[in-house]
Design a binder for this molecule. Structure first.
Ligand code: ZN
Length: 275
């Protein structure tokens, strides 16, 4: 074996080792980058998993005690809603969210939550806050949390300029703080869930997390207590964020549904207000 051959073999071995090290380090970088989700991560990246991830659901009982429980939602999955919005709690706990209040139905919803020892999150309309100050104070005093749901439920909010969106959301938070001065408004929910990059960006710049949902009770559409119950019970899963309504129309069927739904969920899940 000549000196030249030995040299070539050494070079080949060194090159192989270097290549393996390079691939390994690239894999580590890729892993770290893909795990970098969260409120501070870029919200604009379209997430293909949002469309392809099947809605967890099926039988409620098996969802609670079956495979779903063995695989609790990860923090990574929490932000796979539209435009990178938060869609699930990111923990095994479930959150109920009540939109379009405060209204004449809010007290009954609060009574039912209190009866079952459940904390929830209220996505309030700014223009309704002053006339329902007592309900706002109850929401906060009883340990529930708040979400900004715009001044007047503007379905076209996403089409407005960033300046108009800022004005709407700030006006809403100011109205909230007029009646509950120290309450935190950690979340923002676009009317109709019609988030786009502008509404998400403005909300985040104002210090709010854009909050979507993983279960739409469709109470706004069916207005039928049994259908509301059946739909939520069938789709219930650990980490779920459930869309319900305590305002925005006749909500008698929603409050009726809650009388059965709350004990059902309480027996199977840990229910928390969005923190
Ligand atoms: Zn709404």
């Amino acid at each position: 074996m000549t000196r030249w051959t030995i040299g070539a073999r050494h070079i080949a071995i060194i090159a192989t080792v270097l290549a393996v090290m390079l691939i390994a380090s690239l894999l580590v970088v890729a892993r770290v980058t893909s795990g970098n989700y969260g409120a501070s991560a870029s919200p604009y990246r379209p997430n293909p998993r949002a469309a392809s991830t099947p809605e967890p659901g099926g039988q409620a009982a098996s969802a609670a005690r079956g495979p779903m429980r063995a695989e609790p939602p990860t923090r990574q999955r929490a932000y796979d809603g539209p435009e990178g919005t938060q869609r699930v709690t990111g923990t095994p706990s479930m959150s109920l969210t009540f939109d379009d209040g405060p209204s004449q139905y809010t007290d009954e919803v609060l009574d039912l939550l209190d009866k079952h020892g459940i904390k929830a999150t209220f996505c309030v309309i700014g223009s309704q806050v002053r006339s329902h100050a007592a309900q706002m104070r109850r929401i906060v005093a009883e340990g529930h949390t708040l979400c900004n749901h715009t001044w007047n439920h503007d379905f076209q909010l996403a089409e407005r300029t960033p300046e108009q969106i800022v004005k709407d959301l700030v006006r809403t938070n100011d109205a909230i703080h007029t009646v509950v001065p120290n309450a935190k408004v950690h979340y923002f929910r676009n009317p109709g869930g019609n988030f786009n990059h502008r509404t998400v960006s403005v909300a985040q710049n104002l210090g709010m997390v854009p909050l979507h949902w993983s279960i739409d009770s469709r109470d706004w559409e069916t207005k039928d207590a049994k259908k509301i119950c059946d739909l939520v019970e069938a789709n219930a899963h650990p980490g779920a964020v459930v869309l319900l309504h305590d305002g925005g129309g006749d909500r008698r069927e929603t409050t009726k549904a809650l009388k059965k739904l709350l004990p059902f969920l309480k027996a199977r899940y840990d229910l928390v207000a969005m923190p």
